[in-house]
Design a protein. Structure first.
Length: 102
């Protein structure tokens, strides 16, 4: 009877070892898959960053060019510049007063 119990115990241990080995293989496969996905996400993030960086540089150049254009026009027409700035300030003041009364 002791031999039958020993055989059952040995079979159970081997079954558990086989299950553990199978689980380790599955875990390794899942880890590799997640690792690959992580690299894909990083690559996607890097390409998005490069795109934003490139477009941001273009936008900064455009804004700089426009600011230079406006500055040149302001030097050419100082009276008109003062009038426009005063009008914008007046509209801002009126908007602020209107918002304050509510």
């Amino acid at each position: 009877m002791a031999t039958n119990a020993t055989k059952v115990q040995n079979m159970s241990e081997k079954d558990l070892e086989n299950q553990i080995a199978a689980l380790r293989k599955q875990l390794a496969s899942i880890s590799k898959s997640l690792s690959d996905k992580g690299y894909e996400i990083v690559d996607d993030g890097n390409s998005a960053f490069e795109t934003v960086k490139k477009n941001g540089q273009k936008a900064a150049r455009f804004v700089g060019d426009e600011a230079q254009f406006v500055a040149e026009k302001a030097r050419e027409n100082p009276i008109a510049t003062v009038a426009i700035i005063s009008a914008v300030a007046g509209l801002g003041l009126l908007a602020g007063l209107g918002a304050y009364r509510r």
